[in-house]
Design a protein around this ligand. Structure first.
Ligand SMILES: *Cc1c(COP(=O)(O)O)cnc(C)c1O
Length: 371
């Protein structure tokens, strides 16, 4: 699904030299490279504070801890996403409230959020799924009206721009009260191990979070709050410093590959391709996820695998049907879009190194099969 080797070959010298420097200076954790990356990312995102941490799941958990969410508080998030989001909600003793998604954007449905808000609701976690921003204008308005926090799960959309109704462009992840991202190797900005970060424009919240990631310490060996240990390694910061200046180029390569897929599939009425620009919003195609509407999705998956074409289903089981997160509160008929997606979606290879020959082979193999 991804080609990380060719990407590494392009930045090999700078990455190897940086890693060597970390080894020579033995600044393995929280060294100058991490600080440098923090500053670089703050500048890139146009956000006041970046707090690096160990992975994207931690970033979400720490964001919720930083906002002071308490057991029993309700947190609304999408039914159609990776489980990390709902997992941390449950781990903190908060009450996950899963809602359906929109058919065109595949992102959390604003109407469904409205219906799910109760006096106990404290936060909304929009996930910018597959690289496309959720409807942040409407979500921020709702949050303001009901006095809720917005935590953006930006693990799949780093680098995407969001154009607000008034025309201002903001980097996704820097719009809500707090944003969380992952640098897992296959993400749009990936390191060579685990990594993550939290972003916010709120000085006080940033201060709180800097303590939480470091065992709740604001002064050495003074533990003021219950914290966690979540740090970014210097070696990962070297990789991220090398890749961040290339992120826009990487995202453009992804968009171009997605455009080529879309163009090729436009002739086929059984394939619904991802919509490119909804209200001018960027889509940075963490994944290229299309829908097969003639009931042959599973057969296509097997066919592509037989032809040696990597493919995957994101996500095969809606969260409200997962053993860990099923709950009597949920009614299956309230999730028509997620349920439909689980039966129809298929993801094709998506990365920065896809060439025309590869795309032609993939699209012609799909088109021969889906008739
Ligand atoms: C990858 C991902 C995460 C978790 O990130 P890790 O670094 O793997 O912990 C969270 N949310 C979404 C939507 C993701 O895709």
């Amino acid at each position: 699904m991804v080609d990380l080797k060719s990407q590494y070959d392009d930045i090999k010298e700078i990455v190897n030299a940086g890693i060597q420097e970390v080894l020579d200076t033995t600044t393995y954790i929280n060294g100058p490279k991490v600080h440098e990356f923090q500053k670089n990312l703050e500048q890139y995102l146009g956000v006041k504070h970046v707090i690096p941490c160990a992975n994207g799941t931690d970033a979400l958990q720490i964001a919720m801890m930083g906002l002071g969410l308490k057991p029993g508080d309700e947190v609304i998030t999408a039914d159609f996403t990776f489980a990390a989001t709902v997992e941390v909600v449950a781990l903190l003793g908060l009450v996950p409230v899963l809602v359906d998604v929109e058919e065109d954007s595949m992102n959390i449905s604003v109407d469904a959020i409205k219906k799910a808000i109760t006096p106990k609701t404290k936060a909304i976690v929009p996930v910018h799924l597959f690289g496309r921003a959720a409807n942040m204008d409407a979500i921020m308005d709702l949050a303001k009206e009901h006095n809720l926090f917005v935590i953006e799960d930006n693990a799949q959309a780093i680098g995407a721009n969001y154009t607000a109704a008034n025309g201002t462009k903001t980097k996704v992840g820097a719009i809500g009260h707090i944003g969380a991202t992952s640098f897992f190797p296959s993400k749009n900005l990936g390191c060579y191990g685990d990594g993550g970060a939290i972003f916010t424009n709120d000085d006080e919240l940033a201060h709180t979070i800097r303590g939480i990631v470091n065992h709740g310490m604001y002064e050495r060996y003074h533990h003021d709050v219950v914290g966690v240990n979540s740090r970014l390694d210097s070696i990962q910061a070297v990789v991220l410093n090398a890749k961040l200046p290339l992120l826009d180029k990487y995202n453009t390569a992804r968009k171009n590959a997605a455009k080529a897929y879309n163009d090729a599939f436009s002739v086929n009425e059984n394939i619904i391709t991802p919509v490119f620009d909804i209200d001018g919003d960027d889509h940075v195609f963490h994944q290229y996820v299309m829908r097969i509407t003639n009931g042959k999705r599973d057969a296509l998956l097997t066919h592509l695998q037989e032809k040696g074409i990597p493919c995957a289903i994101y996500y095969p089981i809606p969260l409200h049907k997962q053993k860990a997160y099923a709950d009597a509160r949920y009614n299956d008929v309230d999730f028509p879009v997620t349920n439909m997606f689980a039966d129809q979606v298929i993801a094709l290879p998506m990365h920065t190194e896809l060439g025309k020959d590869q795309i032609d082979f993939i699209t012609s193999t799909v088109l021969e099969f889906v008739k």
